[in-house]
Write a protein that binds this ligand. Sequence first.
Ligand code: ADP
Ligand code: ZN
Length: 217
Amino acid sequence: MKLILLGAPGAGKGTVAKLLAEMDGSVQISTGDILRGAVTAGTELGKQIESLMKSGDLVPDELIMDIMEQRLQEPDCEKGFLLDGFPRTIPQAEALKGLLAKLGIELDMAVNLEVAREVILDRLTTRRTCSNSDCQAIYNVKSNPSRQAGICDKCGSPVIQRDDETAEAISHRLQTYVEKTAPLIGFYEKEGLLLTVDAAGPSETVLAAIGAKLAAA
Ligand code: ADP
Ligand code: ZN
């Protein structure tokens, strides 16, 4: 499948993308994971974006498009991909449309994961992420803790709270979402690609709604 996952920070894009990827071998592409990996590795790109990311600001569109133009041409994308955290602005969505046309790739749909703000705030403050940049497994101290506190089940690395998950950075990220990313819902509706799913409940409900829509297509 070739999907875009839309939704506020904490809506569950990463969790849903990982589950969908397991179902049919499509690859999850998370721009947030790629960018955090660059920061941890201390690459030139990483140094350039570190402070932007820490404060919850977006990375410039041109940088993201350079990364994604290369990423979408890697062989593992042939089976399908789940775009998690990209596109995030109207210019990125326009550029993606041009890029996909150039590469001859057709999207199945853009799934909007809808969750109330209170739920988002609660999820983000209780979210924990594996510090190993090759893993980045997601946990939640309330609803999905690691088996051993502070240790990743998958790779044994420390599980931490992300730098941009302080109360201040969270509220900034939510504001950025409303201003820059929420307009993509209208964009994909016009494209005839939008599926809105209630994502307040368990991820199984979300997967079922996506599966039903794909089957009906
Ligand atoms: P979340 O969806 O939980 O906010 P992500 O892991 O998707 O987190 O993104 C973390 C940060 O990475 C963002 O706050 C932003 O700084 C940067 N980022 C990720 N994807 C993009 C993108 N497509 N465009 C610009 N910045 C991005
Ligand atoms: Zn891990």
